[in-house]
Design a protein around this ligand. Structure first.
Ligand SMILES: [Fe+2]
Ligand SMILES: [Fe+2]
Length: 270
């Protein structure tokens, strides 16, 4: 029997090891897109994703306050930054496959699935690129503690697709656009070219993920006759529990379809 897209999503979510998860993710993305290209689209299907994705035994997950601070001036500090990025990328793989699998009751155009499968495939590549850089520094994913609670946004919005799109691509991934140029600078100064190249790939592709978020958020609001901006502010205040931090990368946010009135009002507690 042919696997459905949602079967494939759940298979990724249930795989614990990072390299293995990303290999399966990339394989399934390739299968989805080659079927799309040949005109024989795979069925979307219907199956229940796990509440939490499978994760490897290491890294140990700690409360963000207990994760040691990173000093970018040392190789160990830079390895710690890379470890934190790898952790974010691995979560992002699961977040995008979860979005593919999670909301079967909402009928979405096939382009919605194309976008999130592509995003998941890119996150898988990002995880591998960053792991390669970490290994060059004689470290690896799992060698340090990482933030617990990265899945909180997914749990909080498990029954609200608009909330999910608002918080994950349009707040969390948009934040990535704000902070990545500073990280690229750190690795440029350290002359770690391979990492600079990896971060440039991530920076370019993340604009697309934020744009997919804003595209489908606007689509769903339009389908319900809702004004996207007040709905967005309301959802972020409900599900994201702290004010947004400037400075913002206004240029890249604009490129991703995120206008200033979607974030400036959220810099202050409601
Ligand atoms: Fe990424
Ligand atoms: Fe992303």
């Amino acid at each position: 029997m042919t696997k459905t897209l949602r079967d494939m999503a759940v298979e990724v979510l249930r795989t614990a090891d990072g390299r293995e998860k990303t290999a399966i993710s990339r394989k399934h993305a390739a299968t989805w897109f080659s079927a799309r290209k040949s005109g024989a689209q795979l069925p979307i299907g219907n199956c229940t994703p796990p509440d939490r994705p499978a994760r490897p035994a290491q890294p140990e997950l700690l409360d963000p306050r207990d994760v040691p601070r990173r000093r970018p001036g040392t190789p160990q500090g830079r390895a710690a930054i890379l470890h934190a990025i790898a952790h974010i990328e691995l979560n992002a793989v699961d977040l995008h496959w979860d979005l593919v699998a999670r909301f079967p009751e909402i009928d979405m155009p096939v382009g919605f699935f194309d976008d999130w499968v592509k995003a998941a495939d890119e996150e898988s590549k990002h995880f591998n690129l960053i792991c390669d850089c970490l290994e060059q520094l004689n470290s690896h994913y799992g060698a340090m503690a990482a933030h617990a609670g990265m899945w909180r946004a997914a749990e909080d919005t498990a029954h609200d697709i608009l909330g999910r799109l608002a918080v994950v691509p349009m707040v969390l991934e948009a934040r990535g656009l704000d902070v990545t140029p500073g990280m690229i600078q750190i690795f440029k100064q350290a002359r770690e070219d391979k990492t600079v190249d990896a971060l440039e790939v991530i920076y370019a592709e993340e604009v697309g993920h934020v744009a997919y978020g804003s595209k489908w958020f606007n689509f769903l609001c339009g389908r319900q006759g809702l004004d996207p901006q007040p709905v967005f502010l309301d959802l972020v205040r409900r599900y994201f529990h702290s004010p947004l931090k400037p400075p913002f990368n206004e240029e890249k946010r604009a490129q991703a379809g995120l206008p200033p009135d979607f974030y400036w009002p959220l810099t202050e507690p409601a």
